[in-house]
Write a protein that binds this ligand. Sequence first.
Ligand code: DHB
Length: 531
Amino acid sequence: MKRLVLISALLLLLLILTSLSVGSEDISQGKSAVTKADPLGFPEEDYTVKNVTVNTSDGQVQVVYRLYEHITYVGNPVDTNYQSMRVMVPIEVDGKEIDASNAPILFVNSVGGYMSASNENRGMDREFHANMSGSLPIGVNGMPPAGMNGTAPIAGMGRAPSAEGGISKNSDLALAAGFVVVEPGCRGRDNQATNGTYYGKAAAAIVDLKAAVRYIRHNDETMPGNANWIISTGVSAGGALSALLGASGSSHLYDAHLKEIGAADENDSIYASAAFCPIADLEHADMAYEWEFGTVPINGQMVDQELSQQLRDAFAVYMASLSLKGENNFGAITADNYGDYLVQNYLIPSANRYLSALTDEERKSYLAENTWISWSGNSAEFRFEDYAAHVGRMKSLPAFDAFDLSAAENIEFGNETTNARHFTIFSLRHASGDQNAEIDSGLTTVVNLMNPMFFISQNNSGCARYWWIRHGTADSNTALTVISNLAISLENRGKDVNALLYWDAGHGADEDAEDFIAWIREITGYNPHLA
Ligand code: DHB
């Protein structure tokens, strides 16, 4: 009996203790729900103060800014070295205090060659980091991917330091204008785990960039900058991703991927998108390349004309499917009249801007070297074919879906266990010798998720309203029609598009960075310097 009482007393004690501990856990949990930080919360107080001297055409501007480093923007990261971002908030411009709480946010991705963009927390300074992330993409066998010309892009964004004595890159100009700058890292085609699996193949990069946008919107109350004024920018592959971010805003097609990485449950549409030489519309880029460069020799030789013609024919079908309308009652743009349209609407205005800015002497000598251009009544005149020959062909056939799977894009469209895959029926059938081969439906979905043209053609309602599109006329990394199709299809859907070509400029050129900043002021109406 005594034993029974003892056991009962012990049991009672255990029960009391358990209930007490559950109770205290409840209390602490309840408390933590109030005070425990949101895992996707913005670390308001965790910054260092930095200075930067910004070169503008009005002279140097001194900017003091808060630097928030290595903020992981997803709740369930695959690799925080990539799924993190840097935030810069100007607090003083030329000694004048700036309140950036409602400023536009320049969202600068530094992707090149569809490689990952690192945001490693090494405490390195921005210039060093910019150089690192702007370094050359590596393809199979450690070689630059097929068609990459071996030079890092020259222009602004996070990818290259400013030219000495020149105008600063656009992220620094943005700080000087009082804008918040966000530099997100993201996964890319090179990411490989120690067990050999790949974790950054398409569509990882765009999923990450969307997650970063969602993070900003999630923290709109506490994070400086206005989440409704996100202006994305990028160069080349980064330009294509920037365009994709703009075109695919709030699409539900990425939901499962975003959920998997623990992205904030927010809308990911953006206000404006800037795309510098976007290497976009990848599944139609081979056709477009043959349309422009099919009869232009490469290393003194012509590519296979039969295959080139097949791709040119496919381009005509593709253009018909887009139903693009040219400006000034030009009517339907087709493969047959596109050259004329580009000359009149894009190339001659570009040549004229360039030639008119030269002295008579300089112009005379330029025209003597470029006899394919005639100059009369203060305007250039030339044929598209002569322009294409002047630029020259850079990539072999096919330019993007290489038969030997060596192109950057083949590797971008790999999957967890396969490094590189074909993503067009043309190359798949040619390489496999199977005329009935089809692209795997899972891959077709991924190809769509990587293409801004897919979302524009679908009239995606979350598509950005404002667009800044730039490309150098001497850049043969992709066909000019990739850039103009993007601009025209947006215009045809009523978007506000500011598109122009830099005459004779190469890959990654950014020749009007200050105009870009002025354009952001214009589309947002934000100008703290007038306040
Ligand atoms: C880039 C350049 C290319 O020619 C290409 O095919 C893909 C990407 C780049 O510079 O990002």
